[in-house]
Design a protein around this ligand. Structure first.
Ligand code: SF4
Ligand code: SF4
Length: 313
């Protein structure tokens, strides 16, 4: 399905609210040790949804957009199969990765593209040059691996594969912003930002001292390259609460199947294992409407900008 068609479907949903995007965390496991994230830290590895369970979830729900995340999703041995099943069903699939396994990621993407014409967005975390990125991930060689992944994906030369660099907006990564902007311009790939957050259920970093990050500077080339990034940074600079669309349009799902309105509220709803893997109402709109958290992560910020565009003015 083309981007234009996805845009039209999104417009139609503005007037017909329903769950259209799920962010499914496939695992909490990760092979990086990023300074702002503790997903890897406490050893909680719940009973992850099996391949068959993920297949039922995909089969039983009509979403417009499935966002796969982790942890590091490519640590799952069945990731190629999951990606392919998702691509066969959904117009738009995205997956976040730290890019630590260039060969496996390339092979999985090639497999996922077979037999369908849907769009796959791959969000790769990159937070500076070699010294800065390796220091942040606490994994020697992580910079080489993620940039090799970028090069391999670019070499596929497939218009259905959208390669996005995701740069964290945190005081800890600020020294690398300039380098990452230049890198994406040289490579001609999209740059997105992800604002650092605190959450017990996802990053598991609530105990780390938090310094509210400033938004990165942005040249006109970036705004031409990706207007959404421009709007995202502009909104972040306004320092005003963006009323989100969590639980109306978006749902987050833990690796063991629990639904949540977003990663940042403690609220946990039903488990998809109890609903035959079918999404039903989260029944927490009031909770979300009352939420005043200053929250602008891509999971919730971008859907809010797309489905309630007047809120970003
Ligand atoms: S931020 Fe991502 S890559 Fe880094 S430790 Fe957390 S899950 Fe892993
Ligand atoms: S504003 Fe509140 S409800 Fe919305 S994503 Fe952030 S924490 Fe969740």
């Amino acid at each position: 399905m083309s981007l234009a068609k996805i845009g039209l479907l999104t417009l139609a949903r503005i007037f017909d609210p329903r769950l259209i995007r799920a962010t499914l965390a496939l695992t909490w496991r990760c092979d990086h040790r990023c300074l702002t994230c503790c997903i890897w830290h406490d050893g909680q590895h719940p009973a992850e949804l099996t391949t068959e369970e993920v297949a039922k979830f995909i089969e039983n729900n009509n979403l417009m957009w499935l966002a796969l995340t982790g942890g590091e999703s490519f640590l799952r041995t069945d990731i190629a199969e999951i990606l392919h099943m998702a691509m066969m069903k959904y117009a738009s699939v995205s997956i976040s990765t730290n890019g630590s396994q260039p060969g496996k990621i390339e092979q999985s993407v090639m497999y996922a593209l077979k037999g369908n014409d849907n769009i796959l967005s791959i969000n790769l975390s990159l937070d500076g040059d070699k010294a800065q990125h390796d220091k942040f991930t606490r994994r020697d060689g992580s910079f080489e691996r993620v940039t090799e992944t970028v090069d391999r994906l670019k070499a596929l030369n497939n218009k259905r594969v959208s390669i996005n660099i995701q740069n964290l907006v945190s005081p800890i990564t600020a020294d690398g912003w300039d380098w990452v902007q230049k890198y994406t311009l040289v490579k001609n790939i999209r740059l997105t930002y992800s604002i650092e957050m605190r959450a017990d259920s996802y990053y598991r970093n609530e105990d780390i001292p938090f310094v509210k990050p400033q938004m990165p500077p942005m040249g006109w080339k970036i705004s031409l390259q990706n207007p959404f990034t421009y709007l995202y940074i502009r909104k972040g600079r306004q320092n005003k609460h963006l009323k989100c669309v969590a639980s109306t349009y978006t749902v987050s799902i833990t690796p063991d199947g629990f639904t949540k309105p977003c990663w940042f509220l403690k609220k946990q709803c039903y488990n998809i294992r109890d609903t035959n893997y079918k999404l039903i109402s989260l029944d927490c709109k009031d909770l979300v409407d009352k939420c005043e958290m200053d929250c602008l992560t891509p999971c919730e910020g971008y859907p809010a900008m797309m489905l309630r565009p007047w809120r970003i003015l």
